[in-house]
Design a protein around this ligand. Structure first.
Ligand SMILES: Cc1ncc(COP(=O)(O)O)c(C=O)c1O
Length: 397
């Protein structure tokens, strides 16, 4: 008998976190590493949010709150869902957790049984397959490569459905690709799901980081999916609050009740101070968010234009989030100085060794032809990084 859990042994360490740790270590060793692996805005949490947290501390809002989140925050989340997403929830439909990751895990735990099938697309966010393993369900992955601009079609979804399908995890705007599904595309997915007993877990964490007049549409707002959708969102990316760890879920009462129960025995409430900060974030519209999104858009335009000038790189224009995900497979099979590029991992290793540039291999997101580069960093950082990538790849031409 092993002294370790079989289930936990079956999951891998988050590769994005492993790359971040490696680049941090190289920096600490004195290497001039330029990392593009960050999954977090390079802006500070807006001042009014920080002040709300300081006030909470001084007012001794430092004890346990209700397990599911304190009532005023829940009210503001109900209002946010109504005003921004056309979702009708009551307080009992809401659970506040320690980040979107925690919300997703609680909800998947609340609905999955062994051998249930969970559908999602590739490229996917790194934790979906590992979470599906943790809840002992089975991932059913629909491939969508660069030629499809990383989007699946309603027919793809239809083909993936079996009598065992329990959940469809949907993520728009997407990490890692930045792809955004339009309202029409989302309604077409909803049509496929009509009259089926499939739940939708919709990860909308990048909702506010969206460009070119694209509008975010919450799949749970489609009438016939209202009782089958759990909408998950949080403050990490939109408000530059990754370290505060607040995410929330809105969904059918029976599912939220189970997720609340689970949370009550694992972590209890999310930090009271972070909840107070999130209340401030969600209660008012902040110009700082608009400025941040505008800045991301400028960087995106620059980076995509420059990347596509490099021979062999195919980079579609992402419509949201703060990542570019580009195809580098034209370099596979090429050699330089005894080094062979075989896949996305060796491509990233080469750039790290040759020019101290840290990218994330696409394999971490299910697509080995691509790499992910975050542009949540300064323009100077981006310019220097692109120059280094260019220098490293020139050696193959
Ligand atoms: C698509 C997606 N979902 C969930 C998360 C986790 O968010 P949080 O930091 O709020 O747990 C991330 C973070 O990178 C993400 O990109």
């Amino acid at each position: 008998m092993s002294r370790l859990s079989d289930i936990v042994s079956s999951i891998e360490e988050s590769r994005t976190m492993a790359i971040s740790s490696l680049t941090k270590r190289l920096k600490a060793e004195g290497k001039n590493v330029l990392s593009f692996s960050a999954g977090e805005p390079d802006f500070n949490t807006p001042g009014f949010i920080k002040e709300a947290a300081v006030k909470a501390i001084h007012n001794n809002f430092t004890t346990y709150t209700a397990n599911e989140g304190y009532p005023e925050l829940i009210k503001v989340i109900v209002k946010k869902f109504k005003d921004e997403n056309d979702l009708d929830f009551k307080p009992e439909n809401i659970l506040v957790s320690n980040g979107v990751k925690h919300s997703l895990y609680n909800v998947l735990m609340a609905v999955c049984n062994p051998d249930d099938e969970v559908i999602f697309q590739s490229p996917y966010w790194v934790s979906y397959p590992e979470m599906v393993k943790l809840v002992q369900a089975k991932s059913v992955i629909i491939e969508a490569g660069v030629e499809k601009e990383y989007k699946i079609s309603p027919e793809d979804l239809e083909r993936a459905i079996t009598p065992k399908t329990k959940v469809f995890i949907f993520n728009t705007p997407s990490n890692p690709t930045g792809a955004v599904y339009s309202k029409e595309e989302i309604i077409a997915f909803a049509e496929v799901l009509r009259d089926k007993k499939i739940l939708v877990v919709s990860d909308e964490i990048y909702e506010k980081i969206i460009f070119d007049g694209e509008k975010h549409f919450a799949i749970g707002a489609v009438d016939h999916l209202k009782d089958k959708t759990i909408t998950i969102n949080g403050v990490s990316k939109a408000y530059a609050m990754t370290g505060w760890r607040i995410g929330y879920a809105g969904g059918p009462k029976d599912i939220i009740r189970l997720a609340r129960n689970l949370q009550s025995h694992s972590t209890s409430n999310a930090s009271s101070i972070s909840q107070a900060a999130s209340y401030a974030a969600l209660s008012q519209h902040s110009k700082e968010i608009d400025m941040m999104v505008e800045e991301f858009k400028q960087r995106r335009n620059f980076i995509v234009a420059e990347l596509n000038k490099i021979r062999g790189i195919k980079c579609p224009l992402p419509k949201g989030a703060f990542y570019v995900f580009y195809d580098v497979s034209a370099y596979y099979g090429k050699h330089v100085n005894g080094f062979e590029i075989k896949d996305s991992t060796s491509f990233c290793n080469y750039l790290l060794m040759e020019q101290n540039v840290g990218l994330v291999p696409g394999i971490a997101f299910g697509n080995d032809n691509c790499v992910r580069m975050s542009y949540a960093c300064s323009q100077v950082h981006i310019e220097e990084g692109l120059e280094r990538i260019n220098n490293a790849l020139k050696k193959f031409h």
